[in-house]
Ligand binder design. Structure first.
Ligand code: NAD
Length: 360
């Protein structure tokens, strides 16, 4: 079987971290005899410079012909003055839309070697953190009707935003959570605000109805304010968190940051079917771009997510994750996660060491 991967390096440190992730994927391919092929495509500032558009049609075609997309990051000061629809970030929204990616998946796992980067108390941290936040990405209050009304007849100015979810939108994101939970500990916490919001009550009812279709999976509800508290009080209780766009936006950042540095956090955006877009959660880091200082681990773990989710290659994904941990355990670090006594390496060397660990 051939596994086609579109690689969008993007801007800033994007090309550096993507190169490391591709090297690791090649090592996985050799070790497990998998035929990965890579098709490069332009997006963001690099595409604006090359052809005047943040998302050329050809890039959409390359992605649609691929089983998965690996993305570095887009944007940077060079393109900041451009109007909204011509900016590099428009490429990102455009590709999500073109590929119908409505589910954002963000794992938050505290790896042993980086325990010290966890800001939580040792007794809480030591119970372990290993969860996945499944966030609805294309609905809810970020896409609902909104307006600012300047001075209505009563002379008052007001603004509103609308949270709106349809049953189908809830079902398709919940389905992703059930599928992911089935491969993990079979436990979902569905986060809402059903004590106040109608949209949350429909969310809760729909998830409960669906849980009858997945009798092996335990579903519990949690109000979002409690979830925010529980994430820092007892994160070990969570395995899969299922939630709406806005709640997921906030909780996934909270969940991610209790596990440490931005340079190690991966994500996936999924639609129906197997194709997904995999990217580190960090941006293009213009301050360190081109200096071989970037941490490639987030991009490498994003590639590992791709192996598991889009290609169903669980053992291969686990091998990549193990290799990352093994190198970190040897206290080899990029500068952003250095500790006392670390050997500091650049982006290239970090990628090469992780690839070497896989080939062993
Ligand atoms: P950023 O994530 O690029 O950088 C924030 C800080 O974290 C910087 O100090 C940077 O050096 C550091 N950092 C980030 N990734 C790192 C890594 N892998 N290794 C080591 N250090 C790392 O966020 P920002 O500075 O707010 O944004 C810079 C540009 O990136 C902007 O143009 C923004 O629009 C864009 N951006 C793109 C994406 C994306 O493509 N998905 C996401 C966020 C920001």
């Amino acid at each position: 079987m051939n596994y086609k991967i579109a690689v969008i390096e993007g801007d800033g440190i994007g090309p550096e971290v993507c190169a490391a992730a591709v090297e690791v994927l090649k090592a996985v391919g050799e070790k497990f005899k998998r035929g990965f092929t890579f098709a490069r495509a332009l997006m963001g500032g690099a595409a604006i410079d090359a052809c005047g558009l943040p998302l050329p049609e050809e890039t959409v075609d390359v992605c649609k012909r691929s089983g998965a997309v690996l993305l570095g990051a887009v944007g940077g000061p060079k393109w900041e003055g451009l109007p909204g629809e011509s900016r590099p970030e428009a490429g990102l929204l455009g590709i999500r839309k073109a590929l119908g990616l409505y589910a954002n998946i963000r794992p938050a796992r505290l790896v042993n070697a980086l325990k010290k980067t966890c800001p939580l108390r040792a007794d809480i941290r030591d119970k372990g953190i290993d969860m996945i936040v499944v966030r609805e990405l294309t609905g809810g209050i970020y896409f609902g009707k909104r307006n600012t009304v300047q001075r209505n007849p009563a002379g008052k100015t007001y603004a509103y935003d609308t949270e709106k979810y349809g049953v189908n939108e809830i079902r398709r994101i919940a389905e992703k959570a059930f599928e992911i939970a089935a491969k993990r500990k079979k436990k979902i916490v569905s986060v809402d605000k059903a004590n106040v919001l109608d949209s949350s009550r429909l969310w809760r009812r729909t998830v409960h109805e669906m849980s009858a279709e997945y009798p092996d999976i335990e579903v519990a509800d949690m109000l979002v304010d409690n979830a925010a508290m529980q994430l820092v009080k007892n994160p070990a209780q969570f395995d899969v968190i299922l939630t709406s766009n806005m709640f997921g936006d906030i909780l996934s950042d909270e969940a991610a940051m209790i596990t440490g540095s931005i340079g190690i956090l991966a994500s996936a955006s999924l639609g129906s079917g197997g194709r997904g877009l995999y990217e580190p959660i960090h941006g293009s880091a213009p301050d360190i771009a081109g200096q071989d200082k970037a941490n490639p681990v987030a991009a490498i773990l994003s590639a590992a997510m791709m192996l598991e989710i889009s290609f169903g290659l669980g053992a291969e994904a686990a091998a990549a994750e193990r290799a990352v941990n093994a190198v970190l355990e040897r206290n080899i670090r990029t500068a952003d996660i250095k500790e006392d006594g670390s050997r500091i390496v650049g982006c290239k060397e970090m990628g090469a060491l992780i690839a070497e660990e896989i080939r062993r």
